[in-house]
Design a protein around this ligand. Structure first.
Ligand code: SAM
Ligand code: SF4
Length: 329
């Protein structure tokens, strides 16, 4: 098992397939993009599948989420999904994507064994989408969402980040739209993981503000009482259910005590926390010819040292070197 000194067990693996992206969300990347990883530094498709196999077959991982950067930009994605779906025990497989290109690939991904998708969409207004992502692709995202639903990649979840003065007036409209389409909406507090290091606590729309905005139009009741478990999203029934909405208050309502995540970057570094400042270079171990047992031991050691919390509330908090897009959000 991937256990740490606080007794938490990681069963949920986030795999970043690329650090590249076709959008430039302002809370994530600068307009000019970033210095992308060089091809030889990226794990190959086979290396990724091997690492996932070790996680699933030796280390107790039950859920695998592919992310990035934009994972749909990875040419071998369908093959990677297919190989991971053939593992025993079979992990649950999901994908976090901006939805561009999903219209073309949703059916093939479903066929390959993908169970679900999370599609990121912050606004219903094309012009605001352009301001937020610096690209004119709103229609492509909507088409991707529709294709995901049609292909059975359900429940389709939608991730939304609200930005003050940009889209923070849209929370109730987004929820009405999501309920109407059968999507499960989750708002995520903006985190200090942008490449530009421009995040400011005062600028962030907090979970409390998000909930207050939603309550101007909907009645929200906590789902399952107040017990939250390891899920980062607090979930609320909307107008008595069955529709629901999630709020991920990573900054103001941290869930580190129950965290069950482990992360693998596109260049083969294991991270035990989104906010960790250290990584464990499993690519070097892998390429030195190590066997599965040794890789598993190194992965366990990487997780054992996981800190109690993100440190966001510590005045000495410093952002990790890598931005969200390179870590894998
Ligand atoms: N490109 C894909 C996408 O956008 O879904 C996958 C990678 S992206 C880094 C994963 C998620 O992280 C997205 O839902 C995005 O909105 C979110 N995200 C990116 N930067 C963030 C930040 N600074 N704070 C909170 N969420 C962020
Ligand atoms: Fe790309 Fe996702 Fe970052 Fe937006 S949030 S720039 S879609 S990686």
């Amino acid at each position: 098992m991937l256990i740490d000194t606080y007794g938490r067990v990681a069963t949920d693996l986030r795999v970043s397939l690329t650090d590249r992206c076709n959008l430039r969300c302002t809370y994530c990347m600068p307009e000019e993009g970033l210095a992308w990883l060089a091809k030889p530094d990226l794990l190959t498709d086979d290396e990724i599948v091997r690492m996932v196999r070790i996680a699933v077959c030796r280390l107790g991982v039950t859920d695998v989420r592919f992310t990035g950067g934009e994972p749909l930009l990875r040419p071998g994605l369908v093959g990677i999904v297919q190989a991971c779906a053939a593992l025993e025990p079979r992990p649950r497989l999901s994908l976090t994507t901006n939805g561009i290109g999903l219209r073309r690939t949703a059916a093939a991904l479903r066929e390959a064994g993908l169970d679900r998708v999370n599609v990121s969409l912050d606004t219903l207004r094309p012009e605001v989408f352009h301001t937020l992502t610096r690209r004119d692709r709103h229609r492509d995202v909507l088409a991707g969402l529709e294709a995901a639903g049609a292909a059975g990649l359900t429940p389709v979840k939608v991730n939304t980040v609200l930005m003050r003065g940009v889209n923070d007036d849209e929370a109730p409209d987004l929820l009405a739209w999501a309920l109407d389409h059968g999507y499960e909406l989750r708002f995520i507090e903006q985190m200090p993981l942008d490449a530009q290091h421009g995040w400011e606590r005062s600028g962030m729309i907090t979970a409390d503000e998000i909930l207050a905005g939603l309550r101007t139009r909907f009645e929200l009741t906590p789902e399952g009482g107040t017990v939250r478990g390891s899920a980062p999203a607090e979930r609320w029934l909307v107008d008595g259910g069955p529709g629901r909405v999630g709020v991920i208050g990573a900054v103001t309502r941290p869930f580190c005590h129950a965290c069950d995540r482990t992360r693998l970057t596109a260049d083969g570094q294991v991270r035990n926390c989104l906010f960790a400042r250290e990584e464990s270079d499993l690519r070097a171990v892998l390429r030195s010819g190590a066997g599965d047992a040794e890789l598993a031991e190194r992965w366990k050691a990487a997780m054992w040292g996981k800190k109690a919390g993100s440190g966001l509330d510590d005045p000495a908090f410093r952002q990790p070197e890598r931005p969200m897009s390179a870590i894998g959000g």
